[in-house]
Design a protein around this ligand. Structure first.
Ligand SMILES: Cc1cc2nc3c(=O)[nH]c(=O)nc-3n(C[C@H](O)[C@H](O)[C@H](O)COP(=O)(O)O)c2cc1C
Length: 209
């Protein structure tokens, strides 16, 4: 955890091997998600022109975009796909999890109750944000696994969601009916030593009761 830092600029000549990058993607794929709905997709932007196209709208990735070995846009499922009565939820439970119809019905009812009453995920925006929160777990796991492999990373929220989504949709890389951008992550190898870590003490951020 001390090795990992928000790397601002990468060595542009040093590339992550296919084998290592697959391990990073697998860390995302195998991440936990609420009700096992896997509300994400990892879009790996290796096209240099496309990286340059989105760069004016990514203030938080100015140096990372042109230098990262791999740049991932983490997509989260649209709110309407996350609703308990959506086709995506049904298909995941019935086809992927191979649950029999009565189990699918019961789980969808439980999910509906959770969304309405426990977490009050009342509109599509709240449901999309719920999908984004889960996508951040995948983000964290990908960065931690990368660090174990000696690979640097930077999480990125510094971008204009609307503008970047428009560009990716125009390129056919994003279906806005089913996905929105949750966050981004750059991966590669540092070009300079990181600054010392600034953190509050463990006794301040944790409490045993
Ligand atoms: C959700 C999230 C979004 C972030 N967005 C950016 C960003 O757009 N650009 C950037 O350079 N760093 C970004 N960071 C990095 C943080 O600034 C950094 O993690 C924090 O200052 C602590 O530093 P450290 O990670 O190097 O220990 C982001 C971090 C998180 C968790």
């Amino acid at each position: 955890m001390n090795f990992r830092h928000a790397c601002k600029e990468f060595n542009p000549t040093q590339k992550i091997s296919d084998e290592d990058f697959k391990i990073i993607l697998e860390a995302g794929r195998l991440s936990p998600s609420s009700f096992g709905m896997e509300p994400w997709k990892f879009l790996v932007l290796q096209n240099v022109d496309l990286r340059e196209k989105i760069r004016p709208f990514c203030w938080g990735a100015q140096k990372q975009l042109p230098t990262a070995s791999h740049f991932v846009v983490l997509l989260a499922r649209a709110g309407k796909d996350m609703r308990s009565d959506s086709e995506y939820i049904r298909e995941t439970m019935a086809e992927l999890h191979k649950s029999p119809p009565e189990v699918v019905a019961a789980r969808r009812e439980k999910l509906e109750d959770f969304q309405k009453n426990d977490f009050k995920l009342q509109d599509e925006r709240a449901l999309f944000d719920w999908a984004c929160r889960q996508t951040y777990i995948a983000l964290g796991n990908m960065m931690t696994v990368a660090a174990f492999l000696g690979i640097d990373s930077c999480p990125v929220e510094g971008f204009n969601r609307e503008r970047v989504e428009e560009i990716l949709a125009a390129e056919g890389a994003l279906d806005r009916k089913h996905f929105g951008i949750a966050c981004m992550a750059a991966f590669g190898y540092r070009i300079a030593a990181p600054k010392p870590k600034l953190r509050r003490g463990l006794e301040e951020v944790s409490q045993i009761i």
